[in-house]
Design a protein around this ligand. Structure first.
Ligand SMILES: [Zn+2]
Length: 164
């Protein structure tokens, strides 16, 4: 794939297949990736972000059929307001726990405490899970601004975050 194009054709069949009307000017209907999350789990993620501020928080969300089942808070080994690092050992433990329960690593979340919840170049460079949704909890404003993204081969696309 070349550059930062949005590869609509790369949507995988196991991704929640809600059909939505594409933006004006786009070709047709696209099946966009999405994450469905309950208000309780959504709040847990935002609480984690607030607890770690001004440092970034990070964690993983186990899903089943595209819906969040639980939130795994993880340690930001960098303990930094500008980046997050998940230690390989903890990453392995959490991913194993998710797989052992027959769930999917549906989303990876972290916070931006001083900037908009848009993937940074570092986030893009370190995005190794093309099938996961990357959730960013933005805490720069009065209210938390939470947005979701897919990052595939360096291409960023916004994903739907359905809190219900
Ligand atoms: Zn980031």
């Amino acid at each position: 794939m070349i550059g930062h194009t949005v590869d609509i054709g790369a949507v995988r069949p196991e991704v929640d297949a809600d059909w939505t009307i594409g933006e004006v000017g786009s070709l047709a209907c696209v099946s966009g990736p999405s994450l469905r999350i309950s208000p309780d789990l959504f709040e847990e993620m935002v609480d984690h972000a607030r607890a770690e501020a001004p440092n970034e928080c990070c964690g993983m969300i186990a899903t089943q059929n595209g819906a969040a089942v639980r939130v795994h808070r993880m340690v930001n080994a960098a303990a930094s307001p500008l980046r997050y690092v998940i230690e390989p050992q903890e990453q392995y433990q959490v991913q194993t726990a998710i797989e052992d329960d027959g769930l999917d690593l549906g989303a990876i979340y972290h916070s931006h405490t001083r900037s908009e919840p848009l993937p940074s170049q570092t986030d893009i460079n370190l995005a190794f899970y093309p099938d996961a949704v990357y959730v960013i909890v933005g805490l720069a404003g009065e209210e938390p601004d939470v947005r979701a993204w897919t990052i595939r081969d360096g291409a960023v696309a916004e994903a739907k975050l359905l809190v219900s």
